[in-house]
Design a protein around this ligand. Structure first.
Ligand SMILES: Cc1cc2nc3c(=O)[nH]c(=O)nc-3n(C[C@H](O)[C@H](O)[C@H](O)COP(=O)(O)OP(=O)(O)OC[C@H]3O[C@@H](n4cnc5c(N)ncnc54)[C@H](O)[C@@H]3O)c2cc1C
Length: 425
């Protein structure tokens, strides 16, 4: 390895890079790999492991099975090793509990403890001189030199404009919900605003209504109503590997067209079981005459102000124009995540790759140029060491490729194979 600390540094050790660790061990065990993970221990969606919540993909589309159904890192083997296979098979649930799947992810991650540095946050990735490798700088000041880097930090939370940049810990993203429930419980009769019409928003309204019986919950959404997730088996082929090739080769206009058609297979929509439970809850409130949850639909948030007694949200009804306001003790923002490239071509790389931005190729729409193997491609006349984006390539590889477990195993194999070729001495 010469002056390098590793052949491969992986930033983040969530499902995308756990799948990579498995693929490297099974396909290219000769490479020396280190992962940097900001959390103190492995955890998948710890803030949203709500009682009764389930996963949204077929459990066999796990960290490895679609690539290697014989692997010992499969969900089925996890159940077997934990002695729950028969109990699980006897469960009459359409999908496994989210808690169970999170435990599977932790179980798989734990088998790579010798490769992972937990509790370490990567700050930036810089190029080493003479085109040879990269240096990952950690927040604690340490630097790790590597021949290649695979960046898998997940997508940053999205806060719509009036809530963006509010430096107030009463306003937080829904993925932190369970981390904050003790603080909510400490406020008698807490006034909770839940912003958004996603599955997460509905789940939190239901959970909070039960967990904090004296709370008042206001769910503000822009749309007319909650939308059901598109579960057609035809559109669900967006999660097939062939779709990635199809999408990757399509023009920018076609990509936009496909994204519009397929959006509700994964975004801004909820599963029918959650919608039914939420709708029944609202109906029951009506029967009881106790309106703990208030659904405020067709509504934009015009402004948000943080004061001593709470956070005031100014609202505007989008079609009739009525303006109103209310004060909340907590604002839970369930409006999703930021994709890599927005319409202006900003944020075309994750923040920690800012130092390499000037060397990265751009498409006519100002997206980063990314290879089919997820490698970040250089601009004209530039050179880049092997740097990959794992789990962030929705703009180039399509909706099925990011934000879902479905293809993590195959994506990991593509990255692992490409790394192995790029790192041949
Ligand atoms: C509530 C919820 C439920 C979901 N349920 C499903 C589901 O049922 N099925 C499905 O297919 N998808 C689901 N998803 C989407 C799912 O979370 C993703 O498919 C998956 O977690 C993506 O994995 P990832 O490794 O790319 O990102 P993440 O899971 O976000 O992992 C990224 C990791 O990188 C670490 N990290 C980030 N930045 C740094 C840094 N600078 N330095 C060090 N470490 C860093 C983070 O701590 C984190 O552990 C769900 C998402 C949410 C929010």
């Amino acid at each position: 390895m010469g002056s390098f600390d590793a052949d491969v540094i992986g930033v983040g050790f969530g499902p995308s890079n756990i799948a990579l660790a498995i693929a490297l061990e099974e396909l290219h065990p000769d490479l020396n790999v280190t992962f940097i993970e900001g959390q103190d221990s492995p955890a998948w969606q710890a803030g949203m492991l709500l009682s009764g919540s389930d996963i949204q993909h077929h459990p066999v589309r796990d960290l490895v099975s679609p690539r290697n159904p014989r692997s010992r890192y499969s969900f089925i083997n996890y159940l077997h090793e934990e002695g729950r296979l028969f109990e699980f098979l006897n469960l009459n649930l359409p999908f496994p509990l989210r808690k169970d799947y999170a435990r599977y992810v932790t179980w798989a991650a734990r088998q790579f403890d010798d490769q992972v540095q937990y509790g370490k946050q990567a700050e930036s990735v810089e190029l080493l001189p003479d085109g040879g490798g990269a240096e990952v700088r950690l927040v604690d000041g340490r630097r790790i030199r590597s021949r290649s880097v695979v960046v898998a930090p997940g997508r940053p939370p999205y806060f719509p404009p009036p809530l963006k940049g509010l430096d107030d810990n009463r306003v937080f993203h829904y993925t932190r919900y369970l981390n904050r429930v003790d603080e909510i419980a400490a406020v008698p009769g807490a006034r909770i605003a839940v912003v958004g019409g996603s599955q997460g928003a509905a789940e939190i309204c239901l959970d909070a209504a039960q967990r904090f019986p004296n709370s008042r919950i206001t769910n503000v959404l822009r749309g007319f109503g909650y939308r059901q997730k598109d579960l057609s088996p035809f559109t669900a082929e967006v999660f097939f590997p062939d779709y990635i090739d199809y999408y990757f080769d399509a023009s920018a206009e076609s990509k936009a067209d496909l994204d519009r058609q397929l959006r509700y297979t994964n975004y801004s929509a909820a599963d029918m079981d959650v919608l039914t439970a939420y709708h029944a809850k609202l109906y029951e409130q009506h029967l009881d005459g106790d309106y703990q949850i208030q659904l405020v639909r067709n509504t934009d948030i015009l402004d948000a102000r943080c004061g001593e007694t709470g956070v005031t949200l100014e609202l505007c009804e989008r079609h009739l124009g009525g303006v109103s306001s209310f004060e909340a003790d907590f604002v839970i923002v369930a409006t999703g995540f930021i994709d890599l490239t927005d319409e202006e071509g900003e944020n075309f790389l994750p923040g920690l790759l800012s130092p390499i931005q000037p060397f990265v190729g751009r498409t006519p729409l100002r997206h980063a140029r990314i290879g089919r193997d997820y490698r970040v491609l250089p601009g004209p006349g530039e050179e880049l060491p092997p740097i990959y984006l794992n789990g962030l390539c929705e703009t180039t590889h399509g909706l099925g490729d990011a934000g879902s477990f479905s293809l993590v195993s195959l994506r990991a194999a593509a990255v692992a194979d490409s790394l192995s070729k790029a790192l041949v001495p």
